[in-house]
Ligand binder design. Sequence first.
Ligand code: ADP
Length: 522
Amino acid sequence: MSSRSPTIAESEGAAASLPLRVLLITTELTPFARVGGLGDMISGLAAGLAKLGVDVRVLMPRYRWIRYAGMYRIPRPVVCEVGTTEYRTAVYEASLPSHPRVPVYFVDRLDLFDREFIYGPSSDLYEDNDLRFGLLSAAAFSLSRTLRWTPHVFHAHDWPTAPVAELLRYREQLAGFAESKSVLTIHNPAHSGPDGRRVAVTPLEQMSNVEAGTQLDGQATTNRSSLARGIATCDRIVFVSPSFAEEVMQPGRGFGLEELLRDRRDAVHGILNGVDYRRWNPSNDRYLPGSFDIDSLDERDAVRRALMREFGVPVERGRPVIGMIARLDEQKGFRELLDRSYGCLEPLLKQNRFAFVVLGSGHDEFEQRLRELANRYRNVGVAIRFDERLAHLIEGGSDFFLMPSRYEPCGLNQIYSLRYGSVPIVSDTGGLKDTITDLSADDGEGTGIVIRQNDPEQIKEAIERALALWQRGPRILNAVRQRGMKKRFSIEEMAKQYFGLYESVAQTEARPAALRSNRDLR
Ligand code: ADP
């Protein structure tokens, strides 16, 4: 270890009330690197926290496409220990474009990050991802030491940076970070990462009995993963919606992690992701051919017509348009919709009572099946690609938005649909449950149609309810739309909740210190 880091008290000097210091460690940050919603969430969270007065900084890799222009090189090399090996790395600094007061640090190791993809070619992962992101995780501490800046909270995201928690607990707590805490947000527990042993600081058997015991009792392979080790060792675990946080602890619903999560129940939280209403606002959306809002819903019709023209389905006022935007994956309910023997979509399409437009890419099987339906039925339009503009057009022009997910950690599209007046038809799960209220449970508060159980029969039944609502005429439908358009699930609210969590965890005693340092274990 190069030098001791200042303690939080030393870093603060006499003034104990300096701002909360938080380091976000991530593999994605919009606009530098983005695969899915993670990059947007981190940039939103960083900007939201900065507005609340938090001294928030972000650490990520410098991937091949991130240019040095406008960056400043930290003069001292940063030395990181991964497993038992020391690695040196350069670190560059820039700032977050949406909030220039937020510093962003880039770990610059060409052998690890100068590659074409973030995680690997689409279906494959790079074989050395454990080392790549293990080094990123270790850099969180080495960099803080170099900067003489001691975070109150190291906030990691998903399996790649989950090792931050274990590093803090089993190594860094004993090396100057005694008062720092770790928070791990899990955006999708279906991905738990590679076996974490190569970069681990502690063999499982050296961990405390609870940690090693819970991991070894469960499914051995899954539970050696980077994510499992992070869950076992971090101070707080956050899922991206309160309902999903409950669901993953139920038998068979936690991707092999449920036992471990139940053991750590007291540390588990659910904080709903917020969306950026500056990018998703129908009254000011550069992707739409017109604008509308809560008081001008009639203007929506022009967007609807443009949508139907774009997808080549006949423009008809008498039948609703149901839209979908999603990764073409079983998670999103495509098996229940498209399966040749029991899928519910084709029998409905045959009846020609609505138009159906879908945007997405993913599994070949689903892509082919959708193309086949588009060829067979005039009322079906399909775009197999990733297309930001079309996504906005579907939200703004469809009458209903279908999201029959098997599970949904948070989900963003149903939130955009609310804002754009496309009535969501959603499964009763995770973040969908936390954002949409069923019309039949109504006391005048319903905003959408909730699929009672995720099977083809029930999805069909929910679509039938949507068609029945359409039949009741525009006045009633618009009242439902307007209720949805008033709802807000904002980044500011999300940032406030994380702020509260950081404050409370920063004030707790450290969990019992790790038994021994890794130096003693060698
Ligand atoms: P997940 O992260 O599980 O894929 P979410 O609903 O949380 O699902 O977020 C998906 C995000 O990606 C949304 O913002 C959605 O609009 C966008 N998206 C997904 N597929 C496409 C696509 N083919 N074209 C444009 N945007 C897409």
